[in-house]
Design a protein around this ligand. Structure first.
Ligand code: PLP
Length: 443
């Protein structure tokens, strides 16, 4: 049936047909997933960077059940509201205020892609209202991932996505990514950060500051290969945005809800974005929901000027999804999972990964909170990959990990990891041991 009727996303349909269909994952509990053959694996990817509280949480199922019986759906258009999204907006505002008290409001969508589409429209709407309609250009980074819709894929910097369908749409400029292992191997972190941040300023000056609307970036680039910038990078980016009056947008779709040991990733880097997007960990993937966090100064202008912001979705602020997201945040709070990531499991994970640094195939291990990557190299002490720029070893090691009982992803020649925030120290050791065995088998 999978092959006969199902077109999965981001897939090679020839491969799908050759394989005779996908591997079915049929159940899960805690940090473990089980396939249709009854094989259980540690989930090193939290689903798709999202199941922050782990699997099998009855509280979320009950929240959905109760809300569906009370009021499964009603829209938030046309001057109506329902209680769950309003409560959720207030709860998110409380978490955003930790880093930036100016982030006061929330606009709901259903996916990370839609949240970034909302950015595209909201930012341009803001500049129109402000009387600076020329400000239309978004600056983003090469290799960024902001989603799969036309606008969000254009904001993203994945060239293989751009090649299909003539993207990016006009008005998006891509500058260098802060990928030190790949593109600044011989530089100090500070010099590299400055050089890469300066590409933003150079591009602003090239296109004319009066034409630039916003800069968007993930605090840590996830799908690009877990690219953790040097600590000095983001403050420099923020300063450049302020210098030219450009809005700063952080895509928190992966970094939000505890992944880096803070409620939002930008809080780790100590910057104050004007807008943020969030999804994934917001409901731990139990139901689809996303949001844009909006600063008061943007809201104030929209309130002052009036007129309709002609944008939104039937399911913006879906009450059942919002009730589930609230239950998810309650668990993150009551189990202290954000603080635990910062002070216990994040450092434990970093330490455990260090064990792999000496492996002859490993060029670098890096992590922040509970997200990390291992770079596989063909020659120790360099950043050279097997078989050219993209590398050929990543998929081999990934498959060996999966065989060994750990679900991880390969991006280029790196193995990326993003386990549930509920992962135990013993499970972190298990995760690292499986990768070590896979590296040994591949060597
Ligand atoms: N932004 C980032 C940083 C992401 O990692 C993703 C998805 O992986 C998205 C946006 C798009 O989210 P979605 O797949 O929910 O549309």
């Amino acid at each position: 049936m999978d092959v006969a009727h199902h077109l999965p996303p981001q897939s090679d349909y020839k491969v799908q047909h050759e394989l005779g269909g996908a591997r079915f994952i049929v159940s899960a509990e805690g940090c473990r997933i089980t396939d249709g053959e009854g094989v259980t694996m540690l989930d090193g990817m939290a689903g798709l960077w999202c199941v922050n509280i782990g699997y099998g949480r009855k509280e979320l199922a009950e929240a959905a059940y109760d809300q569906m019986l009370e009021l499964p759906f009603y829209n938030t258009f046309f001057k109506t509201a329902t209680p769950p999204p309003v409560r959720l907006a207030a709860k998110i505002a409380e978490k955003m205020a930790i880093g930036n008290p100016d982030l006061t409001h929330v606009f709901f969508n259903n996916s990370g892609s839609e949240a970034n589409d909302t950015i595209f429209r909201l930012v341009r709407y803001y500049w129109d209202l402000k009387g600076e309609s020329k400000r239309k250009i978004f600056i983003s980074r090469k290799n960024a991932y902001h989603g799969s819709t036309v606008a969000s894929a254009s904001l993203g910097g994945m060239t293989f996505m751009h090649e299909q369908g003539g993207l990016p749409i006009p008005g998006v400029e891509h500058v260098d990514q802060p990928y030190q292992f790949g593109e600044g191997f011989d530089e100090t972190p500070e010099a590299f950060a400055t050089r890469v941040a300066n590409t933003i300023e150079e591009r602003i000056l090239a296109v004319g500051p009066e034409n630039v609307a916003a800069f968007i970036g993930e605090p840590v680039q996830g799908a690009g290969g877990v690219i953790i910038p040097p600590n000095t990078y983001w403050p420099q980016v923020e300063a450049i945005c302020r210098k030219y009056g450009i809005l700063l947008v952080c895509d928190e779709v992966i970094c939000g809800f505890g992944r880096l040991g803070h409620w939002f990733g930008h809080q780790y880097f100590g910057i104050k974005p004007d807008l943020i997007t969030m999804a994934k960990g917001m409901s731990s993937g139990y139901l689809p929901i996303s949001a844009v966090g909006v600063s008061r100064h943007i809201v104030d202008l929209m309130v002052e000027k009036g007129g309709e912001f002609a944008h939104g979705f039937t399911y913006s602020g879906h009450p059942t999804c919002a009730a589930v997201a609230l239950a998810n945040i309650e668990i993150l709070e009551s189990e202290g999972l954000v603080g635990r990531t910062k002070t216990v499991t994040g450092p434990y994970f970093a330490n455990a990964l260090k064990r792999l640094s000496d492996h002859p195939l490993v060029g670098e291990v890096r992590s922040l909170g509970l997200i990390g990557a291992i770079e596989i190299v063909s020659r120790k002490g360099t950043n050279q990959r097997f078989g050219g720029a993209e590398g050929t070893a990543g998929p081999i090691v990934r498959d060996l990990c999966i065989e060994g009982g750990l679900m991880v992803r390969a991006i280029r020649d790196s193995i990326v990891m993003c386990p549930p925030l509920t992962i135990s120290e013993a499970e972190i050791d298990e995760l690292v041991s499986i990768i070590e065995k896979a590296l040994n088998a591949a060597d």
